[in-house]
Design a protein around this ligand. Structure first.
Ligand SMILES: Cc1cc2nc3c(=O)[nH]c(=O)nc-3n(C[C@H](O)[C@H](O)[C@H](O)COP(=O)(O)OP(=O)(O)OC[C@H]3O[C@@H](n4cnc5c(N)ncnc54)[C@H](O)[C@@H]3O)c2cc1C
Length: 442
């Protein structure tokens, strides 16, 4: 075993992925996780690799950017994808998991590695780790604990961290759903009858819409602009964009097996949360309504008239750094090359993207420890595009905002549309790249 030791701070999605790859190269990893001594406002489980909101890692179709990213990650033995595939629950085209089994899988896999030590401690100051480790990876995520936020700020030269607001969806018990007013089915018959669909008539939609736009909201206690992530807007924000915005978005009725003349006006979809199918979350119903209003609004959906909510929707403030300004090309801090950043802190958004970022950072850490030049994943691969976005080689808009993997990133070099051919080429490129990375590993 190699004598060099790496500290990874944060046992979430990116930290677990990053630790796993570094450890698989034989380096020792001390993985610091503050739970269960301290929980952020969204984390609830003691286990590592917790999914804080939806239990979906999105599409597994290898021709979509999301599916392609997963294919690429598998070339590096991704722990997160392995865990997801082993704890998957049916959800049509999407890779959805039983969240408890998923985290348990990750925790057990890391604990079974003899060169990984999981230290259940909150790191108050990253600077204190400097002398103890050969490299330090900061993977503390969008809800980094307050003391370490202060430390991170100091390390990036006391400049402000960036932020955005994000919300989570409510979860209800299956037992409390009136299945005489709902039906199982999958949009466009992708997969089995994996979703519960709650149809709405035109009048029911109108009443629900009015209640959503007039619901009382929990206000942020900080006086600042509520910047939301466009890909995960609270339902009330989507509704405010127009009367029909929900019908073209989360409540879209098409593709659910109705004939054109027999289509519901709108459909609210629910996805199983666990293998036992005792809990269901409401798809895209992330909200910051006051709890009483959430109950009132959900109970206006006929099938949810008596629903029992076991987790309410909530809003959170997510932080990230201005990566193009503060990070070097090898993902280290510009003013301290022993500190690497990874995960959503660097400006990627989504579980799969956070894990992919963990892999890219691990490749950089391994290269550093091996005394090799860090070669980033090739352009026009999903991993390469995320990397290039983070370090500022590709931009979208004037401000640096978090991004998930999307078709738009593939068009940065002038291509007019994303195509399956691009996905095919990307896999070939990543195959070549991963072979070069693993070359020389005993
Ligand atoms: C409320 C909310 C809802 C979200 N919903 C979704 C969703 O539905 N789908 C999706 O794809 N993405 C979602 N995201 C975005 C993102 O994909 C997840 O937050 C993802 O878990 C981020 O991975 P990460 O590794 O960067 O951070 P995390 O997974 O949050 O991991 C960070 C870990 O670091 C630990 N930690 C923090 N500070 C310290 C410290 N000082 N010392 C030791 N340990 C520390 C935390 O306890 C945590 O375990 C959501 C984010 C939030 C905040």
């Amino acid at each position: 075993m190699n004598s060099r030791v790496v500290a990874v701070v944060g046992g979430g999605i990116s930290g677990c992925e990053c630790s796993f790859l570094i450890a698989s190269w034989g380096f020792r990893v001390d993985l610091y996780e503050m739970k269960p001594k301290r929980f952020s406002e969204a984390h609830k489980s003691e286990k590592l690799g917790e999914l804080v909101c939806s239990n979906s890692l999105k599409s597994k179709n290898p021709n979509s950017p999301q599916g392609l990213l997963k294919e690429e990650m598998k070339r590096f033995g991704s722990l997160i994808i392995e865990a997801a595939e082993n704890t998957a629950i049916p959800a049509g085209d999407s890779l959805s998991v039983d969240r408890d089994l998923f985290s348990e899988y990750i925790t057990n896999r890391l604990l079974s590695m003899e060169n990984v030590k999981v230290i259940r401690e909150e790191v108050l100051s990253f600077e204190d780790l400097f002398d103890k480790y050969d490299a330090i990876v900061i993977a503390t995520g969008p809800l980094t604990a307050p003391d370490s936020v202060a430390s991170l700020k100091r390390m990036i030269g006391n400049s402000d961290l960036l932020y955005f607001y994000d919300a989570i969806s409510p979860i209800v018990t299956f037992e409390s759903i009136d299945m005489s007013k709902a039906f199982f089915g999958s949009r466009y018959k992708k997969g089995g009858d994996d979703y519960i669909n709650c149809p709405l008539t035109e009048k029911e939609y109108k009443d629900l819409y009015d209640a959503i736009v007039n619901a009382e909201l929990i206000e942020s206690h900080i006086n600042e602009d509520l910047k939301f992530f466009e890909g995960c807007l609270p339902i009330e924000e989507i509704a405010r964009r127009g009367y029909k915005s929900l019908l073209f978005g989360p409540f879209k009725p098409v593709g659910l097996g109705f004939s054109k003349n027999d289509m519901a006006y709108g459909v609210v979809q629910l996805r199983a949360e666990n293998r036992a199918r005792t809990l269901y979350s409401i798809v895209s119903f992330q909200t910051r309504m006051k709890y009483g209003y959430q109950e009132k609004v959900l109970r206006m959906i006929p099938a949810l008239k008596n629903c029992e909510i076991v987790r309410y929707g909530q809003m959170h403030r997510n932080i990230y750094v201005d990566s193009p300004t503060v990070l070097s090309k090898d993902l280290t801090l510009k003013n301290n090359s022993k500190f690497f950043l990874t995960g959503t802190l660097t400006g990627v958004e989504g579980y799969t993207e956070a894990a992919a970022s963990g892999i890219i950072t691990a490749i950089s850490v391994v290269s550093y420890l091996k005394g090799r030049e860090f070669i980033p994943p090739p352009d026009m691969t999903a991993m390469g595009l995320l990397y290039r976005y983070v370090i500022g080689e590709i931009s979208m808009g004037r401000e640096f905002k978090p991004t998930n993997i999307n078709k738009g990133l593939f068009l940065h070099n002038g291509a007019k549309r994303y195509s399956e051919k691009m996905a095919y080429r990307a896999v070939r490129e990543i195959d070549r790249y991963s072979r070069a990375f693993y070359d020389g590993k005993s």
